[in-house]
Write a protein that binds this ligand. Structure first.
Ligand SMILES: NC(=O)c1ccc[n+]([C@@H]2O[C@H](COP(=O)([O-])OP(=O)(O)OC[C@H]3O[C@@H](n4cnc5c(N)ncnc54)[C@H](O)[C@@H]3O)[C@@H](O)[C@H]2O)c1
Length: 369
């Protein structure tokens, strides 16, 4: 075991949970879950790729640990599955699994942010909420979506627009899963690690700059350092502002306002989530520079590192106007007033409201290929 990081939730201590980080620990997931004293009937939610790679190992680990009924729902891999249609399909499978109505269901989500967000939403709504654990298998899942209790599905062009906060009982990460992750997905996750560097950890940013080659070569020693560092930041932020109410957690949205809009404007097809966030961070950096908040030299470092991590720095496949329109659905915007997280230096960001549309448009335009 590499590390256990605790997420302390203030309102009620029994909702606090541990994030367990290790290598080669997948087969012990059942044993770790058993210690929590959750319901004895385990229902696994995963996607088609991850099921093929890890589904059997995880389910047999639950069986070995004494979980009785073990059901499973497998969604098609990919963002389009984060939908109300998949939600209904899984609820239906759960209903079948729990036909007698007396099962003590615990849900485990296995995979990246798609099965994680969707499965968490199912867990939080089935019979008004059952226990769940997250077993992320993507870098993005390790450092971001597997943590923090935000669950959701997408609706029409609006990302994550239907969902709830529902905290897991445990997050269980086996870093070995990175070894089967496609390189493009690995780079996508690196975008979020870069985000943590910009919003709160200049030393992490330096470390990423210094080790970009090793990161792309999947040097596990480097991942053993950066993943716990990112998890700790997210755990601390979530502990301090569980439900995004105090302008603390909102910092995690750096790059996401333009990033989500880019995903929507390109129909969730051209860019992965991390690639869109990488472009979104550059747009936010550009806006901050225009407003005199962020030095040109820092923007240059951000752009350089983005490029060195193999992420896109130029936007194509959509118009400036479609990105601007998609942005209007951002959950942070209130009564037509926009709200951005902008960097002020490497390691610090702030919330800025009501930025003139022409400044935003200019920043998007500056990124067009
Ligand atoms: N809840 C949150 O706080 C939060 C935060 C950030 C992002 N998200 C959401 O997460 C989603 C993106 O997450 P993602 O990038 O993990 O997407 P994903 O779940 O679609 O996974 C990406 C791809 O990698 C494959 N995969 C996963 N693990 C693998 C492994 N170990 N080996 C081989 N292939 C593997 C999947 O099958 C899929 O094809 C988005 O929907 C985003 O909105 C949520």
């Amino acid at each position: 075991m590499l590390k256990t990081i605790r997420v302390k939730l203030n309102t009620s201590s029994n909702r606090s949970y541990s994030i367990i980080i290790g290598r080669g620990i997948l087969g012990a997931a059942g044993k770790a879950l058993k210690k929590l004293g959750v319901g004895k009937d385990l229902f696994l939610i995963t996607d088609s790729n991850v099921n093929r790679l890890y589904g059997r190992a995880v389910l047999s680990s639950f069986k070995r640990a004494g979980f009785k009924g073990t059901g499973k729902s497998v969604i098609k891999a990919g963002e389009p599955s984060k939908s109300l249609a998949s939600f209904a399909k899984i609820q239906n499978a759960l209903y079948g699994f729990d036909r007698s109505g007396d099962r003590q269901i615990t849900i485990a989500t296995l995979g990246g942010g798609v099965p994680g967000d969707l499965g968490g939403f199912v867990a939080g709504t089935y019979k008004r909420g059952v226990s769940f654990i997250q077993i992320p298998t993507t870098l993005l899942g390790f450092v971001d979506c597997g943590l923090g209790g935000k669950t959701a599905v997408n609706f029409r062009e609006a990302k994550n627009s239907i969902g709830i906060f529902w905290q897991p009982k445990m997050v269980y990460m086996d870093l070995e899963a990175l070894k089967t992750l496609p390189l493009r997905e690995l780079k996508s996750g690196l975008a979020e690690t870069l985000k943590y560097g910009v919003i709160s950890d200049p030393r992490l940013f330096d470390y990423l700059e210094f080790n970009s080659d090793r990161l792309l070569a999947l040097d596990m020693a480097v991942y053993e350092k950066i993943i716990p560092a990112c998890v700790k930041i997210k755990a601390d932020v979530t502990s301090a502002d569980e439900r995004d109410e105090k302008d603390i957690r909102i910092m995690l949205n750096f790059g996401h306002t333009a990033g989500h809009a880019i995903e929507a404007a390109t129909n969730y097809k051209k860019y992965t989530h991390g690639e869109a966030i990488a472009l979104g961070m550059l747009i936010a950096g550009q806006i901050a520079k225009e407003l005199g908040l962020f030095k040109e030299a820092d923007l240059f470092r951000l752009e350089n590192l983005t490029e060195n991590l193999g992420l896109p720095v130029k936007l194509s496949g959509c118009k400036v106007s479609s990105v601007l329109n998609a942005m209007k659905h951002d959950k942070k915007f209130k009564s037509g007033v926009n709200r951005f997280i902008l960097p002020v230096k490497i390691g610090s960001c702030k919330v800025v409201n009501n930025i003139p549309e022409k400044v935003i448009a200019k920043a998007i335009k500056s990124r067009m290929a």
